[in-house]
Design a protein around this ligand. Structure first.
Ligand SMILES: NC(=O)c1ccc[n+]([C@@H]2O[C@H](COP(=O)([O-])OP(=O)(O)OC[C@H]3O[C@@H](n4cnc5c(N)ncnc54)[C@H](OP(=O)(O)O)[C@@H]3O)[C@@H](O)[C@H]2O)c1
Length: 235
């Protein structure tokens, strides 16, 4: 019997990250899921929820070192999915929001990558960064959020060039508007029409597609959009 693979997933407690965890578990992959509020239950012996605020970087490093030890440095997947978005005119953001987006959306993925890269080299592992379509375009009312996602995509591209010779794969996924709790801080959300939004399950399916490619190729970038573009203002 082949050995069970191990994944570390941030943002595991809701939306896209939660569905990625469920997909990994269906593929018989052990998952350490990081999040603060685990209200959606996952009942599987292979699921190890880690309740953590990612802004506590010292505690995060400690946890990751424990996971590495527990798994004898055999980690196969890192999925950086946790993310925060604040939208509106840039002059209306405050320093706390800008700081939070920068830490969660780009600093933590770079730190986790640094902590886990040696393990991933050992296993010919895979890093999947959940970026956004905003990484690839101009974003009025989301300049700072889009900038953090552009940084994540840029980091992924350069990192792939650095580590491809070691057999490590790096993928950035660029979803368009996806039905989740993500827009709780915004004055808009997805429209209710089926062809105007994606679902977290569809992003998880994209992850399943890329992890099941043959070892010798690497999918570096996926962009997924609903057929039509439409958002709605919250009343
Ligand atoms: N929804 C979209 O339209 C969309 C489109 C493109 C890209 N994305 C990206 O997709 C990713 C997932 O978003 P989603 O749509 O699934 O939204 P979501 O349901 O709001 O999920 C965000 C996740 O990030 C975690 N998180 C945020 N701050 C954290 C912190 N300080 N410590 C620990 N965990 C933290 C949340 O955990 P807790 O709730 O437990 O704190 C939650 O699990 C994000 O990176 C987002 O930028 C989303």
């Amino acid at each position: 019997m082949s050995e069970i693979k191990t994944a570390i997933v941030t943002g595991a407690s809701s939306g896209i990250g939660y569905e990625i965890c469920r997909m990994f578990l269906k593929e018989n992959i052990k998952v350490y899921g990081l999040g603060r509020n685990f209200t959606n239950e996952i009942t599987s012996d292979l699921f190890k929820p880690i309740k953590i605020d990612l802004t506590n970087i010292n505690i995060l490093c400690q946890k990751i070192n424990e996971i590495k030890k527990e798994n004898k440095n055999n980690i196969n997947y890192l999925v950086n999915c946790a993310g925060v978005g604040y939208f509106g005119l840039h002059e209306h953001l405050n320093t706390k929001k800008i700081h939070e987006m920068t830490v969660i959306n780009i600093e933590i993925p770079m730190i986790l990558t640094q902590l886990l890269l040696r393990c991933l080299k050992n296993t010919n592992g895979h890093i999947i960064n959940i970026s956004s379509v905003t990484a690839k375009k101009s974003n009025t009312y989301g300049c700072a959020y889009g900038a953090t996602k552009a940084a994540l995509t840029s980091f992924s591209e350069s990192l792939f060039d650095e580590v491809r010779k070691y057999g490590v794969k790096i993928t950035s996924i660029h979803p368009d508007i996806t039905k989740s709790n993500f827009y709780r801080n915004a004055d808009f959300c997805q429209s209710e029409e089926n062809d105007t939004f994606l679902t977290p399950c569809e992003i998880a399916k994209a992850v399943k597609f890329i992890i099941n490619q043959r070892q010798e190729i690497s999918v570096t970038d996926i962009t997924i959009k609903p057929q039509k573009h439409k958002i709605q203002r919250k009343i």
